[in-house]
Design a protein around this ligand. Structure first.
Ligand code: ATP
Length: 333
């Protein structure tokens, strides 16, 4: 069986880490046909738009994509390609697992957290306007439909993956209506899973402090879009940084697999980026395709390379290049 997968190399370190991930995925022996399309700043330069229609068509057709990071200008310029893709394809669940990796120096041991982030609304709706000069309004949209859907996703994920606890993270003491609605929806869904999955709630600022004090007390975190973005970077930092944090954007029809990190312009083009986050996103893609055994083999190979500690990229204190890491993981496979 050959899987046709949309491949979006992206910007900055994207092409380097994506080609490393492709090398590793090919080495599993599973048949892939890669349909390469361009999105982000590369597409903007070549085609005059950051998200040309053929990209969405390709993902719709193939239903699965592996994507590198795409650049978004700060304060002005085009809207984020990620936000556009997630909204247009309704990829409502952002899944970001973080866990302690063998041999990787970090401040904590035994961290194992799955962050489930709502991916389609909240302050990412992009509804901002100038009320009068000097006053800007930015609308936070929270709906019952999207909140219930992401809560269901989180609890189903917990059951399928043997997770014991889901913690809904919020600021409903201040945003009583919007975060209040989010919590109401989470509570209703939690009720259906009573006795199997424990449910609790925590205010977002306290969650950040508790994560830094003792991340091992958490199992799964369920968050709205913006809190989810911020807290998942924090969680990545707990286990060794963005170079290791994988992710998936999952909808009803399609799924896009991409690392948590951005384009990292400071190290782009130097063959210095850590490709492991992208490779582990590829392993999540294998699981999604029903190739769990191959996914496990990729994760084991990554663990072996990290545990040996001979080949590490600079972010993990080593001197190895992106391609050397890919090579080492392929050897283990
Ligand atoms: P975005 O807004 O797109 O999330 P960002 O500005 O938050 O991007 P990143 O591009 O993720 O930031 O980079 C943050 C820091 O982490 C940078 O110093 C970058 O070099 C480092 N970094 C990110 N990804 C990697 C990686 N794969 N390997 C090594 N370092 C990385």
């Amino acid at each position: 069986m050959t899987y046709t997968v949309t491949l979006i190399p992206g910007d900055g370190i994207g092409p380097e880490v994506v080609s490393a991930a492709v090398r590793v995925l090919q080495a599993t022996g599973i048949g892939f046909e890669w349909e390469t399309v361009q999105a982000g700043l590369v597409a903007l330069g070549k085609e005059g738009m950051p998200l040309p229609p053929n990209v969405l068509e390709s993902v719709r057709r193939n239903r699965v994509a592996l994507k590198g990071p795409t650049g978004t200008p700060v304060a002005g310029g085009h809207r984020s390609v990620n936000v556009e893709m997630r909204k247009t394809l309704d990829l409502y669940a952002n899944v970001r697992p973080v866990h302690t990796m063998p041999g990787v120096k970090s401040r904590y041991e035994d961290v194992d957290i799955v962050v489930i982030r709502e991916n389609t609304e909240d302050l990412y709706s992009g509804l901002e306007h100038v009320v009068v000069p000097g006053v800007v309004e930015s609308l936070k949209i929270i709906t019952e439909k999207a909140s219930t859907r992401i809560a269901k996703y989180a609890f189903d994920y917990a059951r399928k993956n043997g997770r014991k606890r889901v913690t809904a993270v919020h600021k409903a003491n201040i945003m009583k209506l919007s975060d209040g609605l989010f919590l109401d929806c989470c509570r209703k869904v939690a009720e259906e899973h009573k006795g199997v999955v424990v449910y609790d709630e925590m205010i977002v600022d306290n969650t950040c402090m508790q994560l830094v004090l003792d991340p091992t007390r958490f199992d799964m975190l369920l968050l709205e879009n913006l809190y989810g973005d911020i807290v998942s970077d924090l969680c990545a930092g707990l286990v060794g940084g963005l170079g290791l944090a994988a992710g998936a954007n999952v909808g009803v029809e399609q799924a896009i697999f991409e690392a948590v990190h951005g384009t990292a312009p400071d190290i782009a083009g130097k063959n210095a980026a850590n490709p492991i986050a992208m490779i582990l996103s590829g392993a999540m893609m294998l699981d999604h395709l029903g190739e769990q055994a191959a996914g496990r083999r990729v994760r084991d190979a990554v663990d072996k390379v990290l545990a040996e500690g001979r080949k590490l990229t600079r972010d993990l204190g080593g001197t190895a290049s992106t391609s050397e890491i890919a090579e080492a993981i392929v050897e283990k496979l």
